[in-house]
Design a protein around this ligand. Sequence first.
Ligand SMILES: Cc1ncc(COP(=O)(O)O)c(C=O)c1O
Length: 375
Amino acid sequence: MLNPSQQLSKVLSEGPQISNLIQMHDGEFNLEVPPEVSRATIDALMKGHTGYCNLTGIETLKNALIERCFQKHSKLYDPSELLVSNGSSQALFMLMESILSSGDEVLIPNPCWPAYKAYINFNEGVAVDYHMGTKGIDIAEIRTLVTPRTKALIINSPHNPTGLVLSRQNILDLVLLSQEYGFLLISDEAYEGIIFGGDEYVSPLDLAVSSNLLVVTRTFSKLFSMSGFRIGYMFADRNIIRRCSTLQGVMTDNACTFAQHGALAAIALPENSLKKRVEELQRRAYYCHQLLSSTFDIVQPQGGFFLFPNISRLLGVTWDSDAQFVDGLLNVKSVSTTPGSSYGMKDHIRLSIASVNEADIKEACRRIIDFVHHR
Ligand SMILES: Cc1ncc(COP(=O)(O)O)c(C=O)c1O
């Protein structure tokens, strides 16, 4: 049995040989990088912005990020509270390194993006799951998990892998809990702004939380299709930013200078062009949900890139596990997906609509349903 990363490597290495492969495993948006971004990046290269820059990010980008945060959330940060990193992955890793001592606990949603656990374990912390499932959180249950060793709690909304979006009330409850017990609330907002159905996007930034107990990480990788630029950023208390900057200094120094100029252009994009990108994702997500809802117990995503159908009723007969199901789907039907167990829920699979158009979704769902019915 392949583990998730072996599974992914298999797909990537065998992809060209798997005929008619439909990729529903990855988290990269296949709309092109906005031309304004490419142009600004090339301009930056041509103008010689090719050397090291300020360790915490170029001044123009930092100012623009602070201004955007203020415009959208009425929350004003100081440049000393912002670090531009090599993707938000690096920010999250450095954050764990800077806050955790051996045995410190971090509450993480179950299911969740698997890197959280890795970052916590690498830094000798203990990851403690709180239940999220496909329906959402229960604040009373989370409260029972808080101990004197609880250092932080991570939220991720819109959520990878379920597509859930936390409500204003959920976020308010978590903010109050973090203040009551004095732990950090870490809001991983990688899918920021990718909200379906016209719902509001709520971040703890909207709730006037004091900066010393709040960390927000964001990225240009998802909505803007800029994953290869490796530009992410983190707002946090200045002491955390100082420690993470020291670490970034010895790990990688600054994030790529000319890519930061591209990110600056991304921030300046008109709202309308971002809206179109979100509408495209919503169309795909709703269509995929509609096609699969009579075959699977599947929640309609509220945002992000993913759907997370429940396959429990299929397990134990033809397939022993979600990983075996995913493997079979790839080998027999040439549709790549990821097993829910990679995210901590073994009765599900994750489908990404980020890099498939509607025709691909239609064909992939036809194959998936056929796979289930002709097992
Ligand atoms: C939930 C979540 N957070 C953070 C990231 C990190 O993205 P990046 O390092 O490209 O900013 C990802 C990437 O898949 C993600 O799914």
